[in-house]
Design a protein around this ligand. Structure first.
Ligand code: 17E
Ligand code: FE2
Length: 412
């Protein structure tokens, strides 16, 4: 297959891409725009990019909002309570059906790489067992990483450590955590030591729900970063949410940033989720409850954006469109400056791929897998401004999804 008249991010001019045997065989500069031959795809001067990445979602909980009860306070903590009620009702098929429906929504928006957190604070590990099957059964659509996520704690939940070990033995790719939700600060710290040791011993990646609160005293990201630094594991470790960083004072943050940078860990922010769940204990002025996305980025650290939820006890909306999260995130994080807009798609492509440690399985380079998107606009800036879409998603050299944009007819 050949794609002509493609614009590539951070490059001048037009290009043709040749895809052979599921790989990118050639990327050739075109002196001018050319006619598209039968069987070829015409990017028409719009961007061709690597697929979008969803670095943080909970596929076990999606599409359960209101079952059996709605989260009325809008807090993270009521979300965890409501989910515990729904979790008691999950079955193998229920998890698989909802996860697959949600994966279809992600695929329809150009996502081909997904990291899902799966709640393992369940003595039966029903959700995890189901998700391991989903990972196999959806390989033609996405690459799925499964995080063993202890929603109700590692130290605070009966048998929490053993469940984490068992989840990894059953096939989890990534070790998770939730130190800010453990009963005591000490348990938060020991949970991080435990999960880092487990990841190091088993070769798993790490992605911790870390400091997802407005409490400025929640300072577990320093523990996670230091563990990663000492073990030399920074490239394999992600801190998700870190919303408390939006409430740290600048004196602490300036010291913290030095450690974060030395550690080499990545960050995921879920701006729509956090603007909804955080700030709930404030009156006015009211905090944004989002981590320091622009500041981490400007300090040279790796930060990306995720959806977190689609219609679950924590967040009632969502449709799989990560570009919606990007647009909201750029607003919420004060990132509508010219420079930020020039490279906005980094936050849902290259940066996320780095957080997921995708390495050479990702990216528009000759020899890499023929996974790519044709977008509806010629630049990052114009994708955001026009609220553009992925028009074609190609996986393994074959068209996986094609979107026909809405047609508007003017009568006057
Ligand atoms: N669980 C959690 O602890 N935090 C979240 N944002 C979600 C689930 C969605
Ligand atoms: Fe999450």
């Amino acid at each position: 297959m050949k794609i002509v008249n493609a614009r590539l991010r951070k490059k001048e001019g037009l290009f043709s891409l040749e895809l052979t045997a599921g790989r990118i065989a050639a990327i050739t500069a075109q002196p001018d725009s050319i006619a598209c031959a039968p069987g070829e795809l015409d990017a028409a001067g719009n961007l061709v990019t690597a697929p979008f990445v969803e670095p943080h979602i909970h596929l076990d909980a999606t599409l359960t909002a209101g079952e059996p009860a709605w989260n009325m306070s809008g807090t993270l903590f009521e979300g965890i309570e409501r989910w515990a009620e729904r979790k008691a009702l999950v079955t193998h098929e229920d998890i698989k059906t909802r996860a697959k429906k949600t994966i279809d929504m992600l695929v329809d928006h150009g996502i081909q790489h997904v990291r899902t957190h799966v709640d393992v604070t369940d003595p039966t590990l029903a959700a995890l067992r189901a998700m391991v099957e989903v990972r196999e059964e959806t390989r033609h659509l996405i690459d799925l990483q499964i995080v063993a996520f202890p929603q109700e704690g590692i130290e605070s939940f009966a048998g929490g450590r053993a469940l984490m070990e068992e989840a990894v033995a059953l096939g989890a790719d990534v070790v998770g955590g939730i130190p800010h939700f453990e009963n005591t600060r000490e348990q938060g710290v020991s949970s991080i030591r435990f999960l880092m040791e487990l990841a190091e011993r088993t070769g798993c990646l790490v992605d911790v729900h870390c400091d997802e609160t407005d409490d400025p005293h929640s300072r577990f990201v320093e523990v996670l970063a230091e563990e990663a630094r000492v073990r030399g594991m920074g490239a394999r470790v992600t801190a998700s949410h870190t919303t408390a960083m939006g409430s740290y004072d600048n004196a602490y943050c300036s010291k913290l940033f030095r450690l974060l940078k030395m550690s080499g860990i990545s960050f995921v922010s879920c701006p729509t989720e956090s603007i909804h769940l955080q700030g709930r204990f404030d009156t006015f002025p009211k905090r944004r409850g989002v981590t320091r996305v622009a500041e981490l980025d400007r300090a040279g650290m790796n930060v990306c954006l995720g959806q977190d939820s689609i219609v679950d006890p924590w967040y009632p909306l969502g449709n799989g469109n990560i570009l919606r999260i990007l647009e909201a995130g750029l607003h919420i994080c004060h990132m509508l400056g010219y420079e930020d807009l020039q490279r906005a798609l980094d936050l849902i492509t290259d940066n996320s791929a780095r957080a997921l440690a995708l390495g050479e399985r990702y990216g528009l380079e000759v020899g890499r897998p023929a996974n790519l998107l044709i977008l509806s606009a010629p630049s990052d800036y114009e994708m955001i401004r026009s609220q553009g879409h992925a028009l074609v998603s190609i996986r393994d050299g074959k068209v996986l999804m094609q979107r026909t944009p809405a047609r508007i007819e003017r009568r006057v």
